[in-house]
Design a binder for this molecule. Structure first.
Ligand code: S3P
Length: 180
């Protein structure tokens, strides 16, 4: 049994980290925190505005600072942004302070789930499929490196995925003394 004090979700945009995370947090009695939302609260700016004004590198600095702050706490389910695993320090922290679940999704599911999204700066271009494919090529090994558990969300609703995940987590994770 892994005793990590937090649950951490990693995975690409459109894997369902927020929708599955909310359900899981409720089941495990954890406080749900969306890292992007926390960044917006701390900075008083939207993710799009941050990318626009300080670029992706400025966003990544803020992302690392917020993750460090969040993961110093416990009893939380932290849904991270798709690029959070790029930084080695973030990955170390996630592993030290969290039981890490990689939610994976194929390109087709991602495109479908993100079809109406206009808020993600990296996808504000016509060649979304190519962008997502290239991001996956770089990030997929990093998601796997950091993960304690991998779960494929393709073809599952958020409710189905979180129910399955609950069962698997109950067998492997006893962080914060909580049980499913
Ligand atoms: C990003 C994913 C987004 C957000 C930002 C950058 C990425 O989070 O952090 O737009 O680099 O993949 P979600 O994975 O929650 O969409």
């Amino acid at each position: 049994m892994n005793p990590a004090p937090n649950l951490v979700l990693v995975g690409p945009m459109g894997a369902g980290k927020t929708s599955i995370g909310r359900r899981l947090a409720e089941r495990f009695g954890l406080c749900f925190v969306d890292a992007d939302h926390a960044i917006e609260q701390r900075t008083g700016a939207t993710i799009s505005a941050i990318f626009e004004h300080v670029g992706e590198s400025g966003f990544r600095e803020r992302e690392s600072a917020v993750l460090a702050e969040l993961l110093s706490g416990e009893g939380q389910l932290v849904a991270t942004g798709g690029g959070a695993v790029l930084d080695a320090g973030n990955r170390r922290l996630m592993q030290e302070r969290g039981f890490v679940v990689y939610l994976c999704a194929g390109l087709e599911s991602q495109l479908k789930r993100l079809a109406r999204d206009r808020s993600r700066p990296l996808l504000q271009r016509p060649d979304r499929e190519q962008v997502l494919r290239e991001l996956a090529r770089i990030r997929e090994p990093l998601y796997r490196e950091v993960a304690d558990l991998v779960m494929d969300t393709d073809g599952l609703t958020a409710a189905e995925a979180s129910s399955r995940l609950c069962l698997q987590l109950a067998e492997r994770w006893n962080g914060n003394g909580v049980a499913a």
